[in-house]
Design a protein around this ligand. Structure first.
Ligand SMILES: [Zn+2]
Length: 506
């Protein structure tokens, strides 16, 4: 099928070039002469939008032929980190050996065994630091590649090239970074709380993933999970709920783990049929969050497919995580609303805090690292292991504040982040998370007045630019307000956790 799809792409490649060759007034005449053409208007508008950044046929051909070469930094990064890099084993608190790997690093950092965490942290980043000049050369190559394409396509910067391609106002990123900085005190309060709850004199970077609360997981059957999902999504209205029921009843979901089955979870749409979902159900509360997350993707696909033509139904990455995260937040608020047990509340609030820390704060920090290092390269400042480490640890200090010991080895964390080869991708995690918090809270406080426009957003596919589409749902990311509001929710969660910690200590 993929080979077939490539053939179709090749056969259709004349289309874009011919549209771009056309005079805009000629195009307008065609629409008048043949109204059915309107059904391609969004697609054609998208092609024409980037007209000033497209080049002559020969130059386009030259750029296309450089494409494979341009993948070398990213491929080199992948090979070094996934294939060539070997990690030592380290000792845990009982003296047993634990083998490290890229995949096992974060799970080990989530362990309650502090000695293991410290040993693993030092061995892991120690290993990365041994190749620091190679990582720096790879990342430098990636940034130079981005500069090459941005210049060739007449963009003022790599950042401008990336956001323009996604049709996102650059102010969205500026607002995100400004708003996070304006609210950094809340992140620092969270770090202080973490130090207190872990009961440690000094909080280190190897304590970032350690569990703050004891595991609360009563176990959930798949039948119970369906009831929880339906109850949590009730604020979205009967129409939405009816489709979710259908998804359960008509078996759109491949539920249990199975031999040879792909791991993780996902949702994919088939236009004209319905979305399909894949889970690896283990009966934990976390799995319920995964279920409702994938259901969010499916519902977005369902509504867009039902209400838009094929070409207009494909929503962009910038908005793709909104429906899924909104659902997760609705589930969390629903469970918090009925959780009376102190341990359960602590578990749920912790889940919330971790999402904020990992999505909103961490991804914004990554975004800043990309912005800073691209700007450095554009000004001619060399990207070396030293300049990259200095930039990274500087940001790390700012984000974690004074209650965190910024262990020198954390300076090498940038070496291992694959997203730095995605060309300004990560801010979208942070903005869609903030948008989702804002949407879920509006729906919970305003009911149908907020739910109805949200459903309208889900039905819109890609008929407008992503920021305008989110405005339909009542979130204006061209201002800093949604991020401020989201972080205010984070601040409240920190306050409740502080109270719970106090009660625990008494
Ligand atoms: Zn997702």
């Amino acid at each position: 099928m993929q080979t077939f799809a490539v053939q179709i792409d090749e056969m259709l490649s004349f289309f874009e070039a011919e549209i771009l060759d056309m005079d805009p007034s000629e195009l307008a005449r065609y629409y008048d002469a043949l109204p059915e053409l309107r059904k391609y208007e969004v697609t054609i508008r998208e092609i024409v939008r980037l007209r000033e950044h497209s080049l002559s046929k020969e130059l386009e051909k030259l750029l296309a032929s450089a494409g494979e070469m341009a993948q070398t930094p990213s491929n080199g990064f992948g090979m070094l980190s996934n294939a060539d890099l070997r990690f030592p084993s380290v000792r845990d608190g009982e003296g047993k050996e634990v083998q490290l790997s890229n995949g096992r690093f974060v799970p080990v950092q989530m362990s309650g065994d502090r000695i293991l965490r410290k040993n693993a942290f030092e061995a892991f980043y120690g290993r990365y630091s041994e190749f620091k000049n190679t990582w720096a050369a790879l990342y430098d190559g990636q940034v130079k590649q981005q500069i090459f394409y941005a210049k060739a396509r007449k963009y003022p910067s790599t950042f401008a090239a990336a956001v323009t391609k996604n049709n996102v106002d650059p102010a969205v990123c500026d607002n995100l970074i400004e708003s996070v900085h304006r609210n950094m005190d809340k992140m620092h309060r969270y770090v202080r709380l973490r130090r207190r709850m872990l009961g440690v004199e000094e909080l280190h970077m190897y304590d970032v993933y350690a569990p703050m609360v004891s595991d609360y997981d009563a176990g959930v059957t798949y039948e119970e999970a369906q009831e929880m999902v339906l109850a949590a999504l009730r604020p979205l209205g009967e129409d939405y709920i009816e489709v979710v029921r259908e998804a359960f009843r008509e078996r759109w979901i491949d539920v249990p783990e199975n031999e040879g089955k792909r791991s993780g979870a996902y949702s994919t749409g088939v236009y004209g049929v319905h979305p399909y979902m894949l889970l690896n159900w283990n009966g934990t509360l976390n799995d319920v969050f995964t279920l409702i997350h994938e259901m969010g993707h499916s519902m977005h696909t369902w509504y867009s497919s039902k209400n838009q033509t094929f070409l207009n139904s494909h929503y962009k990455i910038f908005v793709a995580e909104v429906a899924s995260t909104t659902n997760e937040i609705l589930l969390l608020e629903y469970l918090l609303g009925k959780a009376e047990d102190r341990k359960e509340r602590a578990y749920l609030i912790n889940h919330y805090l971790e999402s904020f820390k990992g999505t909103l704060f961490r991804q914004t920090m990554f975004e800043e690292f990309e912005r800073k290092t691209n700007e450095m390269a554009e000004k001619g400042i060399p990207l070396t292991a030293d300049t990259l480490c200095e930039t990274y640890i500087g940001l790390n200090r700012e984000y974690f504040g004074e209650d965190m010991v910024s262990d020198p080895l954390i300076a090498y964390e940038w070496c291992r982040i694959p997203h730095f080869y995605y060309n300004f991708y990560v801010y979208q995690y942070a903005t869609s998370f903030a948008a989702s918090v804002a949407i879920a809270h509006r729906i919970l406080s305003e009911g149908d007045r907020a739910a109805a426009p949200y459903l309208k957003f889900l039905k819109s596919g890609c008929t407008d630019d992503p920021v305008s589409l989110l405005k339909i749902a009542g979130v204006d990311l061209s201002t800093g307000r949604p991020v401020d509001e989201a972080i205010a929710v984070f601040g409240e969660a920190v306050s409740e956790m502080e109270k719970l910690a106090e009660m625990e200590e008494q």
